[in-house]
Write a new protein. Sequence first.
Length: 223
Amino acid sequence: MDEVIQRSSGFDSDDPMGILITRYQEIWPGWAQDARLISSDPDTFKGKAKGLTAEFLVSLSEFPELEAHDWESIAAEGKIREISDPDFFVGRSYEVDDLEPALILLDYLLVQLIIIRMAYDFAILYEWPLAELTMSRNRELSTRAWMLIPYLKTQKREEIYHFSSLFKLTFESAEKWDQEHLMDIVEYLGCVPLEPGQDRTEILTDLITREAKIFSGRLVLES
């Protein structure tokens, strides 16, 4: 996660949102380790899961006000606009004047999606009512990320390849017919090791879900 955020950040280091993102970059490894511990013995660590979920919810409450401030500034300058896009699978997309506002939005979405996914996994594990709410929020943020796909496909891969992780995180919240579009953007953004005769869908699905599980603490990152 730290490498992705360091490479992607559209914020200055002293910007309030930049400070917030850096803080969660530092917190995430401990959260991921705790998530794996809890998953290994859910009954024993249910109390720890409740405490960690409370941390997630407090963390998520910090983003909307800062994002609204940054978004208001970007929108006022006309750098990014939501438009109707009937040929795109979402039905609408973002029209962007330059890469910087796209980076700002993607930074905001990436960190939130990681936190929400971890909260959702605990809610499913313990059958908490929070599951429906977190999945709804996950889908909302994922849709905003998807709306940047048409613009990102016009950019040089070397400038945006690190955002493939964000779209991998959104994959599981997509409907089956939407997942093909996400496989396309992941394939566009990064080098996918496909051998002749291999099943593209199977390889990409395995690759995408594996990295999503690493980010949310469901799988250990191999050294």
